[in-house]
Design a protein around this ligand. Structure first.
Ligand SMILES: Cc1cc2nc3c(=O)[nH]c(=O)nc-3n(C[C@H](O)[C@H](O)[C@H](O)COP(=O)(O)OP(=O)(O)OC[C@H]3O[C@@H](n4cnc5c(N)ncnc54)[C@H](O)[C@@H]3O)c2cc1C
Length: 340
């Protein structure tokens, strides 16, 4: 093998986002572990110089780039062309990139154009002078596989959060080999990016704590009544005070589709589990959630797990949580919010 190529789309300010910094760590580990292979980088964006200087400071000597207004936004046609040109010019055996939504969209096409192979959701690497092994989970984190491939170039999209972000800050003068994209026109105009409307609307990967709300919040309580308004106040109060991320069970988010009264801020974007997401957080607290396998399989990357449930034999009690509070979540969360 000759070289590793790290592909990055720059952030709006021309620098490197967190996922890109994680991919730099992984690429450095690969280059070093595979017997000191050359590490090259390819940058695409509206501005690329700040990222190039940081990469040069990290010791990357060969940097190729496409800098244009057309590449300032995520669009399959322009991204696929820009990254393909870089891959062709760099001629690497292994191509590594962060699995951001922008990369996940264009990289399979880039791999196809390069007649390479691609694997996504890579959560670990084992580089050695004999070659590279990559780890990924299958069947929603129930099985882990170790992959090798003979086909080159081998594209690896890394799971965000799986590698420690590169923390160096020194910069160096960067000689960027700039590639021009032929203007062939594009049928897609990007008119803007819409962020999630409120802090509660999506899972926030940066938060230390994940609060999961289950269907129990909308069920009749000991007084024979449901208390959705109280549930909303308690959940939003905790999110605000603990700067926590909000997850949900499928049952709770499905209720809106079935015409039941629901927590107004919940959507399927919050769903954790087999048919939802598998977020990464240091701690998780499941409330009014039964802890069934198709839900808990989404907790693979939550380090410390706690749950509050009235039922002492709920799923969390079957070895799925570190701590189970057998208690009324309304009372516990009211007290937790007071303490916070
Ligand atoms: C193919 C397939 C895919 C699936 N994918 C997913 C998925 O991605 N994510 C997912 O979440 N589910 C998924 N499910 C559904 C999953 O099996 C469960 O049905 C779901 O997780 C149950 O949600 P729940 O725990 O919120 O609700 P319930 O099972 O209704 O549990 C509510 C809980 O709240 C407790 N409770 C009520 N009031 C209180 C209170 N005051 N204090 C404390 N506790 C209280 C009750 O004791 C009960 O345990 C999937 C199912 C299938 C078949």
């Amino acid at each position: 093998m000759k070289s590793i190529l790290l592909l990055i789309h720059t952030a709006d300010d021309g620098g490197l986002g967190k996922a890109a910094l994680e991919s730099l760590t992984a690429a450095q580990q690969m280059a070093e572990g595979m017997g000191g292979l050359e590490l090259k980088a390819g940058l695409v964006g509206g501005a690329i110089q700040p990222a190039a200087e940081l990469l040069a400071g990290a010791g990357v000597k060969t940097i190729l780039g496409v800098e244009s207004d057309a590449c300032a936004v995520s669009r399959y046609s322009t991204d696929a062309r820009a990254f393909s040109e870089i891959v062709k010019a760099a001629g690497a055996d292994v191509v590594v990139a962060a699995g951001t939504s922008r990369m996940a969209r264009c990289m399979p096409g880039v791999a196809q154009r390069a007649q390479g192979a691609i694997d996504t959701h890579i959560s670990g690497i084992e580089p050695s002078p004999d070659g590279l092994k990559a780890r990924r989970w299958y069947y929603r984190q129930r099985m882990e596989a170790i992959l090798t491939r003979a086909q080159a170039p081998w594209f690896l999209l890394l799971s965000p959060g799986a590698f420690v972000p590169y923390s160096g800050t020194s910069t160096a003068q960067a000689e960027v080999q700039r590639l021009e994209l032929a203007e062939t026109g594009s049928r897609t105009s990007v008119i803007g990016v819409e962020e999630a409307a409120t802090g509660a609307q999506t899972i926030k990967p940066e938060a230390e704590v994940l609060l999961v709300a289950g269907a129990g919040w909308s069920k009749k309580q000991a007084d024979g009544q449901a208390h959705l308004d109280q549930a909303e106040t308690l959940i939003l109060g905790f999110l605000d005070k603990a700067k926590a991320s909000l997850g949900s069970t499928k049952s709770l988010v499905d209720q809106s589709g079935e015409g039941h009264a629901v927590l107004s801020f919940m959507s399927h974007m919050n769903q954790v589990g087999q048919t939802g997401s598998s977020p990464r957080h240091a701690k998780g607290l499941a409330t009014c959630c039964h802890g069934e396998e198709p839900h808990v399989v989404g907790w693979r990357f939550i380090n410390q797990r706690r749950a509050i449930n009235l039922d002492p034999s709920c799923g969390w009690a079957q070895g799925k949580a570190d701590v189970l509070y057998v208690a009324d979540a309304f009372a516990v969360m009211r007290r937790v919010n007071e303490l916070l």
